[in-house]
Ligand binder design. Structure first.
Ligand code: DAH
Length: 369
């Protein structure tokens, strides 16, 4: 490239942006013009916003200087070095002019400053909270605590023995069917049987008794698994299991504790009722119901005639006490096991009409609680 072409080249590069069109000027003069033009422009700058615009025009990503640098690749190798060096000098000079000017620039007036830096709306940091089931579990624990119950946790993947056998549930019990329980593909043990995802928290009963400490006031809260899914059942859910074993424990203690819980958890306007039922691990056994929080006893798509089954309860079967190494002649006990999600849904005002929302992880749902 001849020197003349080179000057034309620079001038053409500048032309659309700076209005400088000098063909036969030497390169230093060209640079001088560019700086002169910049200084002239700065004289008209009266706000930081104007200054930012000029900065962009000269030293911004797509500014004049970068455009000139990008043209270097078109030059022959021997011309590039000199051209680049001169451009670097020019760049430093232009930056100095702009920086000096901005230093002299009077302190930003607040409104301009705000306009420049604070005009974008701020982003509020998201603040999370505990999941509703964690909230419910904490509330349940707090209600039972003053009665002397201590929260414990037992395996959520356990032997069939603790989940069924020790609870007086024989091999042919329907709950032990493949269609009811999740069996884990692990080796079978002669005494303990297969490994299951615990279908209920009752597996903690005999485990607690085998600790050998009496009296017992246990609250076992854990995750359970069952082969079920519909509007009021999920394949995984939490249960809380109460177990009291002591001398002279009878059904009045059971009723008193459940009433106390219902009053504190659901509020004084909700009612519970006990129906005779059959569980293998309790005798007598009851199903505990609460009036529906959606329809308040009228009957709706979520309940059976205005009532919901909360879960089971009863007096601990002597065979279960024996499996736990406790003499049923000397000690007696009661137990209850309810689903945490289901219990929470019965609470006034929650209005959750499908249990599956709880674990769908949709923030639009979870943020309501
Ligand atoms: N384990 C039973 C279930 O999941 C609930 C239950 C009933 C637990 C009676 C108990 C009980 O402790 O006494 O359906």
């Amino acid at each position: 490239m001849t020197p003349v072409n080179f000057y034309i080249y620079i001038s053409l590069a500048l032309f659309p942006i700076t209005d400088i069109f000098v063909i036969s000027m030497d390169i230093s003069e060209n640079h001088e013009n560019l700086k002169h033009e910049l200084k002239e422009k700065l004289k008209c700058v009266s706000s930081r916003q104007d200054l930012e615009k000029i900065k962009l025009e000269y030293i911004g990503k797509k500014g004049i200087l970068n455009q000139l640098f990008s043209k270097m690749t078109d030059l022959a190798a021997n011309e590039r070095k000199d051209f680049g060096a001169r451009l670097n000098v020019l760049k430093n000079e232009i930056e100095t002019i702009i920086n000096d000017f901005s230093n002299n620039f009077s302190q930003p007036n607040t409104s301009e400053y705000d306009e420049l830096y604070n005009s974008l709306p701020g982003k509020k940091p998201e603040i999370g909270h505990t999941h509703i089931i964690t909230q419910a579990i904490r509330e349940i624990v707090d209600i039972f605590k003053p009665l002397g119950f201590t929260r414990v946790r037992y395996p959520e993947v356990d032997w069939e023995y603790f989940a069924f056998e020790a609870l007086n549930m024989p091999e042919d019990h329907p709950a032990r069917d493949d269609w009811e329980t999740f069996f884990v593909d692990l080796p079978f043990d002669k005494k303990m049987g297969r490994v299951v995802l615990t279908p209920h928290t009752s597996n903690g009963q005999v485990r607690e008794m085998l600790k050998g400490k009496l009296p017992i006031r246990m609250l076992n809260i854990s995750r359970c698994g069952r082969r079920q899914i519909d509007i009021s059942h999920g394949p995984t859910f939490f249960q809380f299991e109460g177990l009291v074993v002591d001398k002279n424990i009878n059904t009045t203690h059971l009723k008193g504790v459940l009433n106390y819980f219902a009053k504190n958890f659901f509020g004084p306007d909700r009612k519970i009722r006990l129906r005779p039922y059959d569980f293998r691990f309790t005798e007598p056994s009851f199903e505990v119901d609460i009036d529906c929080g959606m329809c308040h006893g009228k009957g709706c798509k979520l309940c059976k005639g205005g009532w919901h089954e909360l879960g089971g309860a009863g007096m601990v079967h002597p065979n279960v006490l024996k499996a736990g190494g406790i003499d049923p002649e000397k000690y007696s006990g009661f137990a209850f096991g309810w689903g945490v999600e289901r219990t929470y849904m019965m609470k006034s005002g929650t209005k959750i009409d499908d249990i599956r929302h709880i674990f769908a992880n949709d923030l639009r749902f979870l943020e309501q609680f």
